[in-house]
Ligand binder design. Structure first.
Ligand SMILES: [Zn+2]
Length: 448
């Protein structure tokens, strides 16, 4: 028996949909609410944010009468924010309670700054409170393995949301020393862990080494990055737990969506965010079921409204109804980032997720770093640096075998576009220790 996502009741309350009517009544009411909120957001942004005043100057002042018209508005990009973060501010600076600074990989080196008012932060806490009901019940305990030392950081907001559920939190922070984390979590008696996939995998290996017989862990929520299915399987097998995916980014107000018990795609925070999937090349709307780039608009944010913000994430809306019985949309778990695709040949695309699924399926592999050197007129070179658990005895042959099962690699090697990958074993430890930056394949382009 699969329980309905708690977001269903939450969103009905938020949009004041009180009648127990059909799915299509709910969908219609939600769309009418979203349209109204989009018009309010455009008004608020145009009146108060210098960036949007400029960007929206040619958009008619009349409110949109259909959601489909909204696609006429241009996109907002991460570099727009990095270029002029204060241009997005739509409240007085005194009303900003929290500023998150995000490093960008762009050539300008400008940081993105995301501003939140107290009311904006309350919306996030409320989402965490209601969304976590799938994973914990009152009286249980959660270990939060996300940054939380600073007030209003993600870990802190999650803890505050959980306290409303009468759930106790241990805000441990990112896992730097997995053995220390094992001790802390097992003595706390956590029923649920919330963390970053690769760090929780490391923790799991140390858990096995520590030979802890009893585990109270029932559910794990993985966030912040693409979640390799191979990692979810390892955790399920170790703890006999369920592994849920969360989707979010700072620009969304940290939380974006969370899986229900069906564990097959996220339900979205649809009363606070309007999601679209667009073609990555043309920017046109994709029909449900078609993979494109995730674009969102904030519906309730005051400090820094974002309109049609391009996330760079690759996903699709699942057209089939969710087994949990909710009429809410369901987004398939993010497959990775559009910028992370490597073209080994014009028609041969390699995704970080391909490498993740192949490599994290190898027992004892804790992290890896992939570098691809593209060389004009010559075969590309791929190098994989492996970090394995203490006592694991991975062999180069096993790793090569796993890599060769990836279609793009197999095809490119056989057409001489790619040389056989080289493998080394790192003694330095993990690379993604802080874990809050997105992992990616490193590309180097050699001169001729
Ligand atoms: Zn569901």
């Amino acid at each position: 028996m699969i329980n309905i996502t708690p977001l269903d009741k939450w969103i009905k309350e938020k949009i004041q949909f009180c009648c127990n009517s059909t799915h299509s009544d709910f969908t219609n009411a939600l769309e009418a609410y979203q349209l109204r909120k989009i018009n309010e957001t455009i008004d608020h942004a145009r009146s108060n944010s210098p960036f949007y005043r400029r960007m929206l100057q040619n958009i008619p002042m009349e409110p949109f009468v259909a959601l489909s018209d909204f696609a006429k508005i241009p996109f907002t990009t991460p570099s727009d924010i990095a270029g002029d973060p204060f241009g997005f501010l739509a409240v007085r600076q005194n009303d900003v309670s929290n500023i998150v600074t995000l490093r960008t990989s762009g050539s300008t080196g400008n940081a993105k700054r995301i501003f939140f008012t107290n009311d904006d932060l309350e919306l996030t806490i409320d989402f965490f409170h209601r969304g976590m009901r799938t994973l914990v019940s009152p009286g249980q305990k959660v270990a939060i393995l996300l940054p939380g030392a600073i007030s209003d950081s993600v870990g802190d907001l999650l803890m505050r949301g959980l306290s409303r559920l009468d759930v106790r939190s241990l805000v441990y922070g990112p896992v730097i020393d997995p053995r220390d984390a094992v001790d802390a979590i097992s003595s706390f008696g956590a029923h649920c862990l919330v963390g970053i996939p690769i760090q929780v995998l490391d923790l799991a290996h140390s858990w096995v080494e520590a030979d802890i017989k009893q585990s109270s862990i029932e559910n794990v929520l993985l966030s912040t990055d693409y979640v390799p299915r191979a990692i979810s399987r390892t955790l399920q097998n170790l703890w006999g737990c369920r592994v849920f995916n969360h989707y979010g980014m700072t620009e969304m107000g940290l939380g974006g969506g969370v899986e229900c018990e069906a564990l097959d795609g996220y339900h979205l925070r649809e009363a606070d965010l309007y999601f679209e999937i667009v073609d990555h090349e043309t920017g046109r709307l994709c029909p449900d079921g078609v993979t494109g780039e995730v674009v969102f608009t904030t519906l309730t944010r005051k400090g820094m409204p974002l309109i049609r913000y391009r996330t760079g994430d690759m996903a699709r809306i699942i057209p089939e109804p969710c087994p949990c019985g909710s009429a809410l949309k369901r987004m398939e778990c993010v497959k990775g980032r559009w910028s992370g695709i490597i073209y080994l040949e014009p028609d041969s695309r390699l995704f970080l997720s391909d490498l993740d699924e192949a490599l994290f399926g190898l027992s004892g592999l804790l992290d890896y770093r992939a570098t691809v050197s593209m060389r004009k007129g010559r075969a590309a070179q791929m190098h994989i640096d492996i970090y394995q658990a203490e006592g694991a005895a991975l062999k180069k042959q096993d790793i090569l075998h796993a890599l060769n099962r990836i279609n793009a690699i197999q095809k490119s090697i056989s057409s001489n576009a790619l040389m056989e990958p080289t493998i080394t074993f790192s003694s330095e430890g993990r690379w993604s220790t802080t874990g809050t930056t997105k992992r990616k394949i490193v590309i180097s382009t050699e001169a001729e």
